[in-house]
Design a protein around this ligand. Structure first.
Ligand code: ADP
Length: 399
């Protein structure tokens, strides 16, 4: 079977084609700046036993349909072709950010599912419309192929009501659906399953820590999410690249009232100008790390604040789980930034956490156990793979 995974953004398409059942990626790529004369495509083909072949091109792509057709051309032509014709694709898996309360798992797409995704535009105005367009384009380009939606929110639909409700008047939940949804679910689910398998304990009490541009944590036990740090939107919880994370709501009122900000300005401030960018002038941890090495006090504070918030959530989630078997670092920062891991794990012996600093400094691919010998709880790095998790969920659905 060939499974094509698509992640459609407002001006981009990320894609990966998997051979099934051996879970092998045949190719992957990224189409960017769709809608411009200077759109770019980076396309990588993987052949077992050889290094990946990479092809880059710049071309005009007026819309997503033109972009996906160009991807099909790359999949099917030339010496690097991975399939002969679009009909050889058996399933298309779409990442959809918001599944609301309707979707608790991967779902075959039909007209009713599409209508529900449209109804959710209001809850995820930046993401769901682009994901939806990607579905419609793929339906036109692959008319015979089954399409599956995999939602970022679905994994967190197991949260108990005390964890997902806000202490607001009930009608705001029942009529307006204002509640915690949580995001990055595909990543939390994937790394939690990898960790539980490594620990040979399906019931392990796990805290998953996804630190990318967006950052979130989840308390997971028995493969179920019990709590998570993102909320009604991906703005809540941890300090992120450009997002503030948790904030006293009165700060918003103060900005909107006495300080004269408009709603759009507050939105921009909290989503695009805050987080590490706001504290230390860059949203990329590698820049902040370099600034720290050069003695910047802003970078030092930003690192401390970033790690402190994670530590607070570890405490909270250890309480939710009534104990702790492992914490799992994943995504760009979690997998690569040894200093963040070190700061997070410092003086955490109360929770049984102890980091082996030599292991922590080493760079190796794959799952890594960074725990000091004899530690009661493990510190793991598990590289996330959302595309593979989407493909797995697609395959499970049709098996
Ligand atoms: P996304 O959330 O967009 O999927 P990623 O998981 O790819 O993001 O994470 C991107 C972030 O990871 C970058 O902004 C950067 O801060 C961080 N990052 C990537 N590589 C490194 C590295 N070697 N050291 C520290 N941070 C890194």
């Amino acid at each position: 079977m060939n499974i094509l995974v698509l992640n459609s953004g407002s001006s981009s398409i990320k894609y990966q084609l998997f051979r099934w059942p051996d879970e092998r990626p045949a190719c992957s790529g990224l189409v960017e700046r769709i809608g411009s004369e200077q759109a770019t495509i980076t396309h990588k083909t993987f052949t077992p036993g050889a290094s990946p072949a990479e092809l880059r091109s710049t071309l005009p792509l007026p819309d997503h349909e033109a972009g996906l057709l160009e991807v099909v051309r790359l999949l099917t032509t030339g010496p690097e072709a991975v399939i002969q014709a679009p009909a050889e694709i058996d399933l298309v898996g779409h990442r959809v950010v918001h599944g609301g309360e309707a979707f608790t798992k991967a779902t075959l797409i039909d007209e009713e599912v599409k209508a529900e995704i449209r109804r959710l535009f209001g809850l995820a105005p930046l993401h769901n419309p682009a994901n939806y367009d990607g579905i419609e384009v793929a339906e036109r380009v692959f008319p015979q192929v089954r399409q599956v939606a995999v939602f970022d929110t679905a994994f967190h639909q197991t949260l108990p009501e005390k964890a997902f409700r806000y202490a607001l008047p009930t009608a705001l939940y029942t009529e307006q659906r204002i509640r915690r949804y949580g995001f990055h679910g595909t990543s939390h689910q994937y790394v939690a399953a990898q960790a539980a398998a490594y620990l040979e304990n399906p019931d392990a009490r796990l805290i998953t820590i996804h630190l990318g541009n967006g950052c979130s944590m989840a308390a997971v036990r028995g493969g179920q999410s019990l709590d998570t740090s993102m909320g009604f939107s991906p703005l809540a919880g941890l300090v992120m690249g450009t997002r503030s994370g948790d904030l006293d709501p009165s700060v918003l009122l103060h900005l909107l009232g006495p300080l004269g900000y408009s709603g759009a300005q507050v939105n921009n401030l909290l989503n695009k100008e805050s987080g590490m960018l706001g504290l230390a002038g860059s949203n990329d941890m590698r820049d902040i790390s370099a600034a720290l090495a050069a003695g910047s006090p802003d970078a030092a504070l930003a690192y401390d604040l970033y790690a402190y918030r994670i530590r607070q959530y570890i405490g909270a989630y250890a309480a939710v789980l009534n104990g702790l078997d492992a914490i799992i670092f994943t995504a760009g920062v979690g997998e690569n930034d040894a200093l963040v891991r070190s700061k997070v794990c410092q003086d955490m012996d109360f929770f049984g956490l102890a980091l082996d600093e030599t292991q922590n400094q080493q760079r190796q691919p794959g799952l890594r156990d960074l725990s000091a010998p004899g530690a009661r709880a493990r510190v793991l790095v598990v590289p996330t793979n959302e595309e593979l998790e989407i493909a797995r969920q697609c395959a499970e659905l049709v098996e």
